[in-house]
Design a protein. Structure first.
Length: 658
């Protein structure tokens, strides 16, 4: 990088508490955009700025400080900067729109409406006619909200003089409370006050932006007796105070929430703010390799097993020459799983680091910003059931990157509303298909927001080794029957464990070779002899032809590999937080594509052995698997991503899948 100022931006905030809160939001946006930021403010720093510095969003260097851009609250007429500060260009922060770092305030919202009364957040003004309990009652708002759950919301830099009604709790909309202040609040009614600062809308603009970013529909009352009006676009006509209760109870919360988030992005989003301040150009000067082809960064969470990473690799290995695939994963298996030809990075999860979620979120935000600076992707494809807030931060803070959620279905009924509330952050949702889709009762069913493709598996049948080669690779005798057990950890010699019960029962089959997918047999297991061996090759599905039958979980990858490659399998519906494995296992039994192992006891497994060891029955299961398998959808999924990168509108891609 060429010589130049040490920082991209130097931020010089005003002295008011509200100014510190605005500056803290701006530092979060600048940091997520990958800009190097210096903060110049007198000590001691206000709490909001101190937290931003501790999070690594800005340095507090000793003078002199040089930057390309100085962002100052209220630039003097002569344009003079504080002593010891130099910049190539000066921008008046007060002249820019209010910006909010949306992921910091995102709150999970219900995906569908319900019959309960909505919780109303009553946003107080920073001062003015409605600053006392008497004035609030005179406005008619107290009477209109009688009997409804209400929370008083105090904007940054203000206090709450109100003491009544006593049942209404008070929450501060400042950086310290974050999204917790708006959690559980369904709709925000803003009480207007005096005109705001120059260049900003009247009223508490930052508090309003934070409410919208949380997904809360926002209505505003300008003063006593004035009609309420919806602040964000497309949500109806002004509402008199007398009809406030009626309006709140009739509000379509999911639809209004989506419009609120959209308004937050268009009015207070990072991309608009960076462009308005001419700050985006600085990001382009940061170091980073220039890609000959658009890069697609495949990113997986650290879920149980390797399912998320494997689905992404299924797409990445089928990418066309039009894009360059790369991988960044929270799974420790990334070093083993990713092909040599694909660049990868390992980003440790909170569990791997042994730290709490709040601290990890801060660390991950910085690490993810670094990954984006290095990779400069055209698109990010995320596979996981819960999109991380720091990951979503870059959706708004790094303009031009398209975000895709690889979101498998078959969620357990009643779960997932909070996850689905984050779907709007993605440009596109791709849903790997399910052969058991007819029994899917989860929250993703019927949403119509995803490109649905056929089921996704890492390999195709043509990639499998023949039996002789597969047995040779695993050290098995191809002339003898072999069974594969893929049920995770457990003590092989203890029939009280799931793995132990299955292995103990399988060993009763004469001349059977038993393989378990474990890298190391648990300590304390007695020696079970040469008939049980541990296998850890990746991808193990490449050696499917070595096995006559298997016992495995109903997880997405193992289930669909068994069906795709016609391996007769007894499926156990393992308990997972989101994945409805039992539904898949039951469907397989009903459809004749496998067996359902309802309980993992020696007796239950023994009851299935006559079926699993009968060649005619196995042939029937294999034949049925081939009949129901629609083909691999991995290529369909990655083509949808490539089309998005090439400029296709998401609406054009919806309905293009299976």
């Amino acid at each position: 990088m060429s010589d130049g100022p040490a920082y991209d931006v130097v931020r010089v905030p005003g002295a008011a508490p509200a100014a510190a809160e605005r500056a803290a939001e701006e530092l979060a946006v600048l940091g997520a955009a990958g800009l190097r930021v210096a903060l110049v403010a007198p000590a001691p720093l206000p709490p909001a700025l101190r937290r931003a510095v501790e999070a690594g969003l800005a340095d507090v260097p000793a003078p002199p400080v040089a930057a390309r851009v100085a962002l100052v609250d209220g630039v003097p007429a002569d344009g003079a900067l504080p002593a010891g500060v130099a910049a190539e260009r000066v921008v008046d922060a007060a002249a820019l729109p209010v910006v909010v770092h949306a992921p910091s305030w995102a709150v999970g919202r219900p995906a569908t409406g319900d019959a309960r009364a909505p919780v109303t957040g009553l946003l107080l003004p920073p001062g003015g006619a409605l600053g006392t309990a008497r004035a609030l009652r005179a406005s008619g708002v107290v009477a209109a909200l009688a009997g409804l759950p209400v929370v008083l919301l105090v904007p940054p830099g203000s206090t709450a003089p109100l003491r009544a009604p006593a049942a209404w709790p008070v929450r501060a909309l400042d950086a310290a409370t974050g999204a917790a202040a708006l959690t559980g609040v369904d709709v925000v009614v803003e009480l207007g006050g005096r005109a705001g600062e120059p260049g900003r809308e009247p009223g508490p603009g930052l508090a309003r932006a934070r409410a919208l970013a949380s997904g809360a529909p926002l209505l505003r009352l300008a003063g006593p007796g004035d009609p309420l009006r919806v602040v964000h676009e497309g949500d109806g006509e002004p509402v008199p105070v007398a009809r406030l209760r009626e309006r709140l109870l009739a509000l379509d919360l999911p639809a209004a929430s989506a419009r609120a988030r959209s308004a937050a992005t268009s009015r207070h989003g990072a991309a608009r703010w960076l462009e308005a301040g001419g700050l985006g150009a600085a990001a382009g000067r940061l170091p980073g390799a220039v890609a000959a082809r658009p890069r697609v960064l495949f990113t997986s969470s650290n879920g149980a097993g390797m399912g998320h990473l494997t689905r992404l690799l299924a797409m990445a290995r089928r990418a066309s020459d039009d894009v360059e695939p790369l991988v960044a994963s929270l799974s420790q298996a990334v070093a083993v799983a990713v092909p040599d030809a694909v660049p990868w990075q390992y980003v440790p999860s909170s569990g791997d680091l042994g730290i709490g979620t709040r601290r990890w979120n801060r660390l991950f935000a910085r690490r993810w910003a670094q990954v984006l600076r290095e990779v400069r992707p055209a698109a990010v494809v995320y596979d996981g059931t819960y999109p991380y807030l720091p990951l979503l931060a870059s959706r708004d803070d790094v303009p031009g990157v398209r975000y895709v959620w690889s979101r498998r279905g078959m969620w357990r009924p009643g779960l997932g509303a909070a996850q689905l509330a984050r779907s709007h952050v993605f440009d596109l949702v791709v849903e790997p298909g399910e052969v058991a889709a007819e029994v899917d009762r989860g929250a993703t069913v019927g949403r119509g927001d995803a490109v649905r493709v056929r089921p996704v598996t890492l390999l195709d049948e043509a990639d499998l080794l023949d039996r002789e080669s597969a047995c040779r690779e695993l050290g098995l005798d191809p002339a003898r029957p072999a069974a594969l057990v893929t049920l995770g950890a457990g003590n092989l010699s203890d029939p009280r464990t799931v793995l132990g019960a299955v292995v103990q029962a399988a060993l009763q089959v004469r001349d059977l070779q038993v393989c378990v997918t474990r890298p190391v047999i648990s300590a304390g297991s007695r020696d079970l002899g040469s008939e049980v061996r541990s296998v850890s090759a990746y991808p193990l599905s490449r050696t499917t032809r070595a096995f006559d039958w298997s016992v495995g979980s109903g997880g997405y990858n193992s289930f669909h590999e068994s069906v795709a490659f016609a391996l007769p399998t007894a499926f156990l519906g393992a308990e997972r937080q989101m994945d409805d494995q039992t539904a898949r296992a039951r469907w397989a039994a009903d459809a004749g594509c496998g067996l359902h192992l309802e309980r993992a006891t020696v007796a239950d497994v023994e009851a299935l052995l006559p079926v699993l060891t009968d060649p005619a029955t196995r042939d029937g299961i294999a034949r049925r698997c081939r009949e129901v398998w629609p083909g691999n959808g991995a290529q369909d999924a990655v083509r949808a991503v490539e089309a998005l990168v090439a400029g296709a509108a998401p609406a054009e891609l919806l309905g293009a899948g299976a």
